[in-house]
Every structure is written in C-alpha cells, then in structure tokens.
Design a binder for this molecule. Structure first.
Ligand code: PMP
Length: 417
C-alpha cells in the first residue's frame, strides 16, 4: 500500500471535496471560508462558471497541443489578450507551467541577453523551489537548508523592512539602496550583473510591500548599469494588489515580467514577458518544455482574464483590500501582540511580535489554528513564521470580508486571550 510522503507539509487538516466561489467544502460537508485561494491562485473564486465552461469545452477539443511541435489557437488567443494588460513594450511572451519554471526561464533569458552572470535578489525573496529558483530564494532557511550547493552567481541585498528595524519607509529605502550600491561596488560588479529580481510585495517573506521609491531606485540603477529589472509577479499579478500588476503602485516598469498563479485560476500555467528585442538575444530552442502553454490551461487563462476585466476584480481587490486592512487594524488595536498590519489590495497580513519587538511565531501559529477551527482558512508566512496572511479570491464581497474579520477577531482572542 502506498502512502503520501511525510515530507509534504499541510497548513490545515482539511480534506477538500468541492470549491465554490470563496468557499471550500470538506468531505464531511463542513464549509470553510477560503482566505488562502490556493496560495493566491483562485483569484476568480473556486470553479468560476466561465472558467469551468472554457476548460470543459477545450478538454473536449484538444488537451495537449505541444507548443514546440504544433501551435494551437488557445495559446495564440491568450497571447493576443495578454497584450491588452502587459506593460507597454513587454510585447513578447512564452509559457511554462509553474512560477518556479518561469523564474528559471527568466534567469536563462537574462544571462543570454546580457552575457552577464549574476542575479541580485533581496532578503526575504521567494522565487521557487526548483534548484535555480531556490538559489534566488531567501525567505527562510527551510527553502535552502541541506540542498546545496545551490546555483552560483546569486547576490543578496537588503529589502526595505521598515517595521522590523523600526525605521520610517524613507530610511528603509535609503538603507536598502545604499547597500545595493555597495554590493555593486564590492561583491557583484555591474559588469557581471545580469539582473535584479524583485517581488512588488514580498510574499512568502512576510507580505511587505516594496515602497515605490525602492522599485524606482532599482529601475534607475538598472538603467545606469545596463542591468535588467525582472519583476516576479507570480503572487502579486492579476489584480491581487488592487492594480493589475503589483509594480504599478510605483512608476518603475520592468524589463522582464513573470506571472503564474492567478493567471489561469488553478490550471498550471506561467509566463514570462519581455520586449521582443530582448527575447531575440536568445536563440530559438533556448527555452521550451513538454507541457508549457497547455491548451486547457490557456483556454482557462483567457476566460480568467475576461472575468477579471468584466467583473472589475482589480477594483474589487482595491476596495475589499482596504476594508480588510481597516478591519485587521481594528483587531490589532485590541491585541498588542499584533505589531503590524500591512499589505496592498487583497494581499494583507498581521505580524505577531512580543513586547520586546521580536517575532512571536507561537502566537501567530495559535491564531492560525484557531481560525482554521472556526472555519477560516489562512496561511502564515515570514522568515520566522510569525505573519498570518489573508489572500482571498478577488471576487470576495464586503459581507464575506466582514465574516472573515469576525472569525479572525474571535480566533485571535482564542489564541492570545
Ligand atoms: N515566485 C513567487 C513570488 C511566489 O510566490 C511563488 C510561489 N509561492 C513562486 C515564485 C513559485 O511558484 P510555483 O510554486 O508555482 O513554482
């Protein structure tokens, strides 16, 4: 008899049977308010009827049109449609299956296009678990311990973490950019540096939005030194932060954009987009894969994009995100153990800290568990596991936000008294 490997870790004990909108139903018939959205994937809600219909139709027509062997319509239609929402100039794209694969593809592209080797990432970054992506991931030792040696050619610079160090946002940005300049002057010469890779909001690293001035400072340095700016929008894209792309909270525009998760409502699909002139620096056949751009995933992604547009999910993310953030701050005001509430759009988090300002992971884990028991599914994040995050589907209503806040308030009271 086979069993599921114990090396997988599951955040909740739920055995899911069915999903509908923002709710998951388990095999015992219990209803759970899903504020995890499958780690920020089911932005259109579980089993949105238009996504289901598009996928069912495609399954009956062509499942696997292998895109390095034959081209297929769903992929071409999706390329066209994504042109409507991608940043100006990022007019060339191709598809893979997961965020990690797209991150790997962006490393190849950056190295091919610049002839340089190093990638600079920022403390708290999460870019994936495959070996190249793991080398770029600094969100916690659990993602790196015991698997080295990791890919060389990675340098790490500070991310502006104002709360952690008790700084103003300006001070945190100044520190981070000065450290980056120092890194370029010491460890990773600009002439060896292919790219900066950054998340518009640190995701697994603790839900810390990048201040606009930080992203703009990266853009300025990238231009000055001929370094590419790769923006990892795997978690922040497709309306999650209340803008279509997370980087749009700043004036900085990327050279390479990575998207996955929300792109296809749960079907495996990722993409990287860049100017055609940059893609042309690599050669045909330098990227690819068996399943990339799967026809069913592409059909689901096209339906997802239309739902995001037709139902104004970006606007809803901004509106409900503000409501959620305000409610979380009210809960925090009653419980000093929640030292910070932050986020953009429907990417919101509460950080648990002790009286000494140090991370209080035990309190965060208790609150998470109490919420699960009350029927509110959440995730934790942060290097110390002391941040509880909320990432509901972007279709969430004001009533459902209030329902979640009621459960959260009770769960925190259960956890910390
Ligand atoms: N980049 C970011 C910003 C992510 O949040 C994630 C997943 N949490 C990844 C990359 C990796 O994506 P995947 O798990 O699909 O490989």
């Amino acid at each position: 008899m086979a069993t599921l490997s114990p090396l997988l870790k599951q955040a909740t004990p739920v055995l899911a049977e069915r999903g509908e909108g923002v709710y998951l139903y388990d095999t015992a018939g219990n209803r759970h308010l899903d504020f995890t959205a499958g780690i920020g994937v089911t932005n259109t809600g579980h089993c949105h009827p238009r996504v289901v219909e598009a996928a069912q139709k495609q399954v009956a027509t062509l499942i696997h049109g292998q895109y390095t062997t034959v081209m297929h319509e769903p992929l071409l239609r999706l390329v066209d449609a994504l042109g409507e929402v991608l940043p100006d100039g990022l007019d060339s794209l191709f598809f893979l299956n997961s965020g990690s694969e797209a991150v790997e593809a962006s490393i190849r592209l950056a190295r091919h296009a610049t002839g340089r080797q190093n990638i600079v990432v920022f403390h708290g970054s999460f870019h994936g678990r495959t070996m190249g992506a793991a080398a770029l991931t600094t969100a916690g030792t659990k993602f790196r311990a015991g698997i080295g040696p990791l890919m060389p050619g990675v340098a790490v610079a500070p991310f502006p973490q104002a709360y952690r160090y008790g700084w103003s946002e300006d001070e945190a940005v100044r520190f981070a950019l000065r450290e980056l300049d120092y890194l370029l002057a010491t460890v990773s010469p600009a002439s060896d540096t292919a790219a900066f890779m950054v998340e518009p909001v640190l995701g697994e690293g603790g839900y810390i939005p990048a201040p606009p001035a930080f992203l703009e400072g990266l853009r300025e340095r990238a231009d000055r030194h001929g370094i590419l700016l790769i923006v990892d929008e795997v978690q922040t894209g497709f309306g999650r932060t209340g803008r279509f792309w997370g980087h749009e909270h700043s004036a900085a525009r990327p050279d390479v954009l990575i998207t996955a998760k929300g792109l296809a409502s749960g079907f495996p699909l990722s993409a990287i987009a860049a100017p055609a002139a940059l893609m042309e620096q690599a050669w045909p056949g330098s990227q690819g894969g068996t399943y990339g751009g799967n026809a069913v995933s592409c059909a689901a992604a096209l339906a997802t994009l239309r739902v995001v547009q037709d139902e104004d999910l970006v606007g809803n993310s901004e509106r409900q995100g503000a409501r959620l953030g305000d409610g979380l701050r009210k809960v925090a005001a009653d419980h000093p153990v929640i030292g910070d509430v932050r986020g953009l759009g429907l990417m919101q988090a509460s950080e648990f800290t002790g009286a000494d300002g140090e991370p209080d992971a035990a309190a965060a884990q208790r609150a998470h568990k109490a919420a699960t028991e009350r029927g509110l599914l959440l995730l934790t994040c942060g290097a110390y596991g002391n941040v509880v995050r909320m990432i509901p589907p972007l279709i969430v209503t004001a009533e459902q936000v209030d329902e979640a806040l009621g459960l959260w308030s009770a769960a925190v009271a259960d956890a910390v008294g």
